[in-house]
Design a protein around this ligand. Structure first.
Ligand code: TXA
Ligand code: MG
Length: 326
């Protein structure tokens, strides 16, 4: 490889050659491969340790590429693409026949998203095709929101990580299913459900959690997004009691709270989380990673507000939690 070429040029060359590249998006970093090369896509599953029947999202430059991958595209898809692309919305549509099974997990649908991050947007425009990319983390682990996080996951095994700075949204894209009669919210995320409903003029059906037996949307697995240190979630009072109890046995405790009035508890490392939903989402994974560093026996997290604009945050907290208090 020429050392004088830009990281973007290097990324393009690697992707064309069927190799993996870490890419920034506004939601989380992705582990990308050329979606038209099944062997390249297979490398994603191998590197992540992810079951091969889980579908991956195909990232495209914009609405003009939609019909390269999907067919029988309903009006709702065009409306949503026009309203939210490039952005943190993934549409599940009927796939075109050429889309590899490695991408769709053998299903007759394909997930499509045009990410807004300028570096990856430019990469996709120059690439022309689609990039299959799940979040760039080991299966089940917390998603990465910086290039350093991606490096921490895969080290030198991943030849190139495009550094696009910290992700501005911080939680994964909203996934909307458009293959049945009625649009369905499959995963809350960067784009609020209400904004989607406003564009479509209908309420979204909220996806019922399926049994693990037929689970295909891997983001719905409860073990997802989890730090390695036990994470207990609850109201502040219950966390303070738990901290006091655990201090007696000499445990090392981190308390992630949203209180201006927290009384310092000697021996407990307190960290104030953002008060508003958007900055909270942006910081959540980075904070979990920061405190999941082996220096604590338990992480105690104050339950976020149970309000509509906190839906994505609460969804991720629920999956990251190993237990509930109070
Ligand atoms: O923000 C995001 O969506 C990030 C960035 C990198 O774009 N990607 C991401 O990918 O979160 P991943 O693979 O970690 O989660 C994508 C979710 C999975 O739960 C997958 O099962 C689901 O999308 N998915 C992909 N294609 C699908 C399909 N055809 N039908 C149903 N679910 C699908
Ligand atoms: Mg993921």
């Amino acid at each position: 490889m020429q050392t004088s070429s830009s990281p973007l040029d290097q990324a393009l060359a690697l992707l064309k050659a069927g190799e993996l590249v870490g890419i920034p998006t506004e939601t989380v970093y992705g582990l990308a491969a050329d979606a038209s090369q099944p062997d390249a896509v297979a490398k994603i599953f191998a590197m992540k340790g992810r079951p091969a029947d889980h579908p991956v999202i195909v990232h495209i430059a914009g609405r003009d590429q939609l019909s390269d991958w999907a067919q029988n595209i309903p009006d709702a898809a065009w409306k949503l693409a026009d309203a939210f692309w490039p952005g943190s919305l993934t549409l599940i549509l009927q796939r075109k026949a050429h889309v590899p099974d490695a991408v769709t997990g053998g299903q007759d649908t394909v997930g499509l998203r045009a990410p807004a991050h300028p570096l990856t947007h430019e990469l996709l425009q120059r690439f022309g095709g689609g990039l299959a990319a799940p979040s760039a983390n080991q299966f089940g682990h917390v998603s990465p929101t910086t290039a350093q996080h991606v490096f921490n996951e895969f080290g030198e095994k991943l030849g190139l990580i495009l550094d696009g700075g910290p992700c501005q949204v911080g939680v994964e894209s909203t996934i909307v299913g458009l293959t049945s009669e009625h649009p369905t919210l499959l995963r809350p995320g960067g784009v609020p459900a209400e904004a989607i409903e406003a564009v479509l003029g209908v309420k979204l059906i909220h996806h019922e959690k399926p049994s693990t037996a037929n689970l295909r949307v891997s983001g719905l697995l409860d073990s997802h997004y989890a730090p390695r240190t036990p994470l207990l979630v609850g109201p502040l009072g219950a966390l303070e009691n738990e901290a006091t109890r655990r201090l007696e046995t000499g445990e090392r405790i981190a308390l992630l709270h949203r209180s201006h009035m927290l009384k310092a508890v000697h021996g407990v490392t307190a960290h104030a989380m953002p008060m508003m939903a958007e900055p909270y989402a942006r910081d959540l994974y980075a904070t979990l990673r920061q405190f999941d560093n082996g220096q604590f026996d338990v992480l105690l997290l104050e339950t976020p507000p149970q309000e509509a604009n906190w839906l994505a945050v609460n969804d991720r907290v629920k999956r990251a939690a190993s237990g509930w208090l109070g």
